[in-house]
Design a binder for this molecule. Structure first.
Ligand code: ADP
Length: 272
């Protein structure tokens, strides 16, 4: 890591009287999975549209893959695969929908269709889009973003409306793509818990600015307490030793099961 793939500096955007972005500073390093978190209406999609050149911004600077003038940005944007809303034809299969997007995106190698369908686990599905489950629709959106093997993936709410199993599957998929191809990924969500285990760094969008950017590791370090896990049978002994040495115990709890672990234990499946 080390190269900055995306940088927004002081980006502002207003719709009429609605000042949505008040000076957004954001940076995403190569190979990161960046989680953009913010309430509904916070401006996440607006940031993505500006990044992709689909919406104009009022002020500030953008750089993508080292390029910052219009010509460089146009070139750099060719390396971005994106998924903002599901725009697929109901009466077409996954394959035909992707063929349509290959033409739109100028992807001439149609073997890409099989590659991305395989990646998202939709190979061999011949149902028309209207018969797809929510999870299949999200997967097709990601497959579409992956056409042409982009350097950067921009995914707007890719797990929105999915059940825990679906969220875990998309998480594995994105982590896999990130690991195999070194793809830089930006995902947004209005629910922190949905991307908590997927992203390596987070930006919290609130009141028109990125209120905080933090890495998942720093998040642990920032919490200045350490948890020790010891067998239940040794608790008394450990407590005595700590007290004899003047060490305060700030908290003591018996480890339970996380809701996610509990859920998967009950219904089967995998949280990893
Ligand atoms: P998020 O993706 O975080 O839910 P959006 O970027 O979609 O937020 O929207 C941010 C704000 O901008 C909302 O108040 C929304 O109503 C407004 N907005 C988005 N697009 C437009 C538009 N094309 N015209 C006017 N207002 C818009």
């Amino acid at each position: 890591m080390g190269k900055e793939m995306i940088r927004l500096q002081g980006v502002t955007k207003r719709y009429g009287n609605n000042q949505v972005l008040k000076g957004v500073d954001l940076s995403v390093m190569e190979g990161e999975i960046y989680g953009l978190i913010g309430k509904n209406g916070a401006g996440k999609t607006t940031i993505f549209k500006i990044l992709l050149g689909l919406s104009v911004y009022d002020g500030g600077r953008i750089s993508i893959d080292g390029g910052s003038n219009e010509k460089e940005l146009r070139e750099a944007r060719k390396g971005i695969g994106f998924f903002i809303g599901k725009n697929f034809f109901d009466y077409m299969t996954a394959r035909d929908n992707l063929k349509y997007y290959c033409i739109l995106k100028g992807v001439k190698d149609y073997s890409e269709i099989d590659r991305v369908l395989d990646l998202v686990g939709l190979e061999g599905v011949n149902t028309k889009y209207k018969g797809f489950s929510m999870g299949m629709k999200q997967r097709l959106g990601i497959a579409c973003a992956l056409l042409g093997n982009p350097k950067i993936l921009v995914l707007d709410e890719p797990v929105n409306g999915l059940d825990p199993q679906g969220i875990a599957e998309i998480r594995h998929l994105l982590q896999d793509i990130n690991k195999k191809h070194g793809t830089t990924i930006i995902i947004s969500s209005h629910i922190l818990g949905e991307v908590e285990h997927t992203a390596t760094r987070f930006g919290i969008l609130n009141d028109g600015i990125i209120a905080r950017e933090i890495g998942s590791e720093d998040l642990k370090i920032e919490n200045n307490e350490i948890n020790l896990t010891i067998p239940f049978s040794e608790v008394e002994k450990a407590r005595n030793i700590l007290q004899e040495n003047g060490i305060h115990i700030l908290d003591e709890s018996r480890k339970g099961t996380s809701l996610e672990e509990y859920y998967f234990n009950l219904v089967g499946g995998d949280t990893q």
